[in-house]
Design a protein around this ligand. Structure first.
Ligand code: SF4
Length: 472
């Protein structure tokens, strides 16, 4: 697990001047937003469903210890084996132990953010085991040796041309004569390359969208069918999931699935919703001989007991990313860890520590769209504000930043002084911009004027204009 400090500021600058990234992000900017809007618009009961989902999750979190034990008992009753992992290293060791028990050399993987969180691919590679990503987006970034940049669309930062180039480079042993240009052709080629690998793997690793306590079932929602092949074909199926994925009943799981598809991709339901309970039984036609579930804590217990508990309601739909003006400008890699966007700005500091990720909660304009579109009603801006305050009180923010905040605090506590200063600077900006209509340089705000001009001022403060308009 990466624990180096995140570098949001530098990464954001790089991202904004990366023309390929900007092109790819430009392609996604409206798609997710429009399709979610349409799907929600066709669901008159959306608000009721959202309130229901929230209260079900709050109940589960309040009784998480009970439901975790219930899941474990049921899973073992049906022939599965449950492993408890306190952190990412423990989870990796458990998975490696299972791989070694059958001398596995190849492992197929269905998309799993928990897999990314614990860094399982690098860990397995280090121990001589080849991990093969089977979700198309994950497969693309595995070829590019990059982390995902979105929690539901991992290769969203890649243009079609970049993917074609990757396939040209890596599918050489296939039947390569030319670079592909059509998305359909690329999908067909990836499917053919992948199909062979599904049959070679001894172990399949999946994440879980939900783990159902009443039946000991793991549920995954996918659109490509790769999850089913990953968990059915190999001899062993390993599920790796965090403890907050527990839901008490199948009905709870179905409630979240209805919300997930609509808010994630704007569809009524994901194409494949697969429920796996235990290993293959005598009457089953297929399925794994062994079924393991690795339950990861990795600071979730601490979150449960702290002020960011509501973050554990997250169902990883990605809507907060898709609607965030900051994420849509800088992409996911700028956040420097597994979870990007508003949810990442809360989750990452909670998992790897605010001292190495203290700048992430700054990646917000506080426009509030993330909270408005979140199907689980998670107060993301409030949480980021809490983390900013904590970064300040724990002395994590830089000296310049601290000075600015202190000065700001001082002026806000002295409104007369603040108003006088505001009047002076408004007049000054007016005088300086009068001739050209804009200011290309102004001391103290050169971070702004370096990349754009400061528009001319009216010469009056908002308050003055408002009072004049209202005859005061
Ligand atoms: S915080 Fe809300 S909107 Fe963001 S991924 Fe989680 S559930 Fe979806």
């Amino acid at each position: 697990m990466k624990m180096q400090p995140t570098n949001l500021r530098k990464n954001s600058k790089d991202a904004l001047s990366n023309s390929k990234l900007q092109l790819a992000m430009g392609n996604m900017r409206r798609d997710f937003v429009d399709s979610r809007g349409r799907a929600i618009g066709q669901m008159p009961e959306y608000d009721l469903l959202k309130a229901d989902a929230k209260s079900r999750k709050d109940h589960t979190l309040a009784n998480l210890d009970h439901y975790l034990e219930a899941f474990s008992e049921k899973c073992e009753e049906t022939g599965g084996k449950v492993h408890w992992a306190v952190d990412g290293s423990a989870a990796c060791e458990i998975i490696l132990g299972i791989c070694k028990s059958v001398n596995a050399k190849k492992v197929t993987k269905s998309k799993s953010m928990i897999g990314e969180e614990i860094g399982i691919n690098k860990y397995l590679e280090h121990h001589g085991i080849e991990p093969i990503e089977t979700d198309l987006g994950e497969y693309i970034i595995q070829l590019a040796d990059e982390p995902p940049s979105h929690i539901t669309a991992p290769a969203i930062h890649k243009t079609k041309e970049e993917v074609a180039e990757l396939f040209y480079e890596h599918h050489n042993s296939y039947k390569k004569t030319r670079r592909l240009s059509e998305i359909g052709e690329m999908c067909r080629e990836a499917r053919e390359v992948m199909r062979k690998k599904f049959f070679e793997a001894e172990i399949g690793i999946t994440g879980a969208n939900f783990l159902v306590a009443e039946t000991g079932t793991s549920v995954i929602a996918t659109n490509e069918g790769n999850g089913d092949l990953t968990q059915i074909l190999p001899r062993i199926h390993i599920v790796v999931a965090s403890i907050d994925k527990i839901v008490p009943t199948l009905e709870d799981g179905l409630t979240y699935l209805r919300l997930l598809a609509r808010t994630a991709s704007g569809t009524e339901i994901t194409t494949y919703n697969t429920f796996s309970t235990g290993p293959r039984q005598a009457s089953d036609l297929d399925g794994p001989e062994e079924f393991h579930v690795v339950l990861l804590d990795n600071k979730r217990s601490e979150m449960l007991a702290g002020p960011l508990r509501e973050m554990l309601r997250c169902i990883r739909c990605g809507a907060c990313l898709n609607h965030c003006p900051v994420y849509k400008s800088i992409g996911g890699h700028a956040y420097d860890w597994v979870y990007p966007g508003p949810m990442g700005s809360v989750l990452t500091p909670s998992i790897i520590g605010l001292e190495v990720s203290g700048s992430l909660p700054e990646a917000s304009t506080f426009c509030g769209r993330c909270e408005a579109v979140c199907p689980m009603d998670i107060p993301l801006p409030g949480m980021m504000r809490h983390l900013r305050e904590k970064a300040f009180s724990d002395n994590i923010v830089g000296k310049r930043h601290r000075f600015t905040l202190k000065a700001w605090n001082f002026f806000l506590k002295h409104p007369r002084l603040y108003y006088i200063l505001l009047k002076i600077s408004t007049r000054l900006i007016y005088l300086l911009s009068k001739r050209k209509g804009y200011i290309a340089f102004f001391p103290g705000i050169n971070a702004w004027t370096k990349s754009r001009d400061l528009p001319s001022s009216e010469g009056k403060t908002f308050m003055e204009l408002w009072m004049r308009q209202n005859g005061k």
